[in-house]
Design a protein around this ligand. Structure first.
Ligand code: NAD
Length: 478
């Protein structure tokens, strides 16, 4: 279904994010027939490259990063024709008058701030002082949203001076993933799971976001951030919220975000011995984190594991084990809900050691499996086996991979539709920093040295010990 016609301005429209993600994503929506003919995308950035120059740049970017199919390429000229360009000086006057003339105020207006956060305030103020943004205009901001509570509050303040919270879309692309939304559908669209979704039946939960890439290329940026700020405060905490939240009364933006906020506020402060930070070490053939980050004395973590607790009735005593890291064995993102052991077994001991696990994979393939115990087929007597019930969507629903939007494109279309459900609200972001800040401050106060781990491993030994101490194991990273 096409969205309404719109004018979308991408500040930083020539930058890496715009070329690699935003524009190839919009092109796929165009091919899927979702972008109406009257829509315009206006790149606004430094440099007088002109409309033709911009169109050529984006044509190249779509070919390079968008992996377009042969069928989609027939649409490329028509898409490119909808692109405009304004050379703009975000902190000065240049280009704003031209932008003001270009914007059609009778259409949906959206402004994507794909630039450094230090420029958010300037853009927001000029959109209003040049009388560009309409009262319903939407603004989209990228991570990182601050580097601690104080800076996040400052960013929220500069944005809220110009725009209402209902106009601000803070992107966390993890929330745009099909499976993440399906998690809500599974929880709240079935009777089956919700009665079991609590401390009585769930033993623990694991959230893993493992990457094989290092920090090569963006080492200088990453070194000031680290895994806690770059991954835990946003992506992992958002996933945790969706698993742990109470059922909202409606599937509407504020009802969902109110429940997520309650989860964050219920997180217990984390004890120092419940956090492990790591940094990848060199091997014979690969460089260390410190080499990649070009900082030989860096104490920044490229890995974090945390044992977290939510202090409410539903989750009392249920640990949430979170871990994320770079240069690990495999690229995988997974949420695993591990149910308790049987209270009593009528079968031979060995079989009932296995617990039911609902595993939700976000990467590399999206899908869900539920590990269950069944009888091994055949005449061998009552022998039990543990097998995954595969709920991979492609099998059940047919392969829709061609028209399944990726996270960015889905979220951009939600902006145009005016649906904030999958975007973080200002108070959520602040609450998340409030939880992570003391952990980071404690590391800084004692000059904590991250534990080294080998490139291609599952992470530092101490992270294994963190869960082994509780008589549990991490799920294999594969
Ligand atoms: P980039 O450096 O590649 O691009 C910056 C863009 O901003 C360019 O188009 C540049 O012309 C424009 N710009 C900068 N200063 C300007 C000024 N004063 N006036 C006008 N235009 C100006 O950056 P990027 O990698 O595309 O990142 C953009 C934002 O998105 C950053 O906040 C970054 O943290 C965030 N982000 C990037 C990625 C990614 O994969 N690149 C992922 C997540 C978040």
């Amino acid at each position: 279904i096409p969205v309404e016609p719109f004018d979308l301005v991408i500040f930083g429209g020539t930058g890496d994010l715009a070329r690699r993600k935003i524009l190839p994503g919009l092109f796929r929506r165009f091919c899927a027939g979702q972008m109406p003919a009257g829509a315009r995308i206006i790149g606004a950035a430094r440099g007088d490259i002109g409309q033709q120059g911009y169109q050529d740049m984006i044509r190249g970017a779509i070919n390079e990063f968008g992996a377009p199919s042969a069928e989609s390429l027939v649409h490329l000229d028509a898409f490119i024709a909808q692109l405009h360009y304004v050379a703009i000086d975000i902190c000065g006057d240049g280009g704003w008058g031209e932008l003001a003339k270009l914007i059609r105020k009778d259409l949906v207006n959206a402004y994507y701030f794909s630039v450094a956060p230090s420029l958010f305030g300037d853009i927001a103020a000029r959109l209003n002082s040049w009388d560009i943004a309409t009262p319903e205009a939407r603004i989209v901001v990228e991570k990182p949203f601050g580097r601690d509570l104080q800076s996040a509050k400052a960013l929220n303040k500069v944005l809220s001076q110009q725009f209402d919270e209902s106009q601000i879309y803070r992107i966390d692309h993890y929330l745009g993933k099909e499976t993440v939304q399906n998690l809500m559908a599974v929880r709240f669209g079935n009777l089956l799971f919700e009665p079991l979704w609590n401390a009585q039946y769930i033993d623990h939960i694991q959230i893993t976001v493992a990457e094989t890439v290092g920090v090569g290329g963006r080492g200088a940026y990453y070194d000031k951030s680290g895994a806690m700020r770059d991954m835990v405060q946003n992506h992992l905490m958002q996933l945790l919220c969706l698993i742990a939240m109470e059922p909202p009364s409606h599937f509407d933006p504020d009802a969902v975000r109110d429940e997520k906020l309650k989860v964050i506020r219920s997180l217990a402060p984390v004890a120092a011995h419940h956090v492990v930070r790591g940094q990848y070490d060199a091997t014979a053939t690969t460089a260390s984190y410190r080499t990649d980050a070009e900082n030989p004395r860096s104490f920044t973590e490229s890995y974090v594991a945390i044992k977290a607790h939510i202090e409410n009735w539903r989750w009392a005593g249920v640990p949430f084990y979170l871990r994320t890291g770079k240069k690990l064995k495999a690229r995988t993102s997974e949420i695993a809900i591990v149910f308790k052991k049987l209270p009593h077994s009528i079968f031979e001991k060995s079989a009932d050691e296995k617990q039911n696990v609902l595993a939700i994979q976000l990467q590399p393939n999206e899908g869900m499996t539920l590990d269950v115990t069944i009888k091994e087929p055949g005449p061998g007597g009552m022998r039990l086996v543990h097998v995954p019930l595969d709920m991979t969507f492609a099998d059940a629903l047919g392969d829709h991979s061609e028209d399944t939007p990726d996270a960015y494109e889905r979220l951009i279309m939600d902006v145009i539709r005016g649906d904030q459900t999958l975007f973080m609200r200002g108070d959520e972001v602040e609450a998340a920093w409030k939880w992570t800040d003391p952990i980071i401050e404690a590391w800084e106060a004692r000059n904590d040295v991250p534990k080294l781990y080998d490139v291609g491993s599952a992470g530092p030994e101490d992270a294994m010990a963190l869960i082994h101490r509780d008589g549990r194991r991490w799920r294999e990273v594969k």
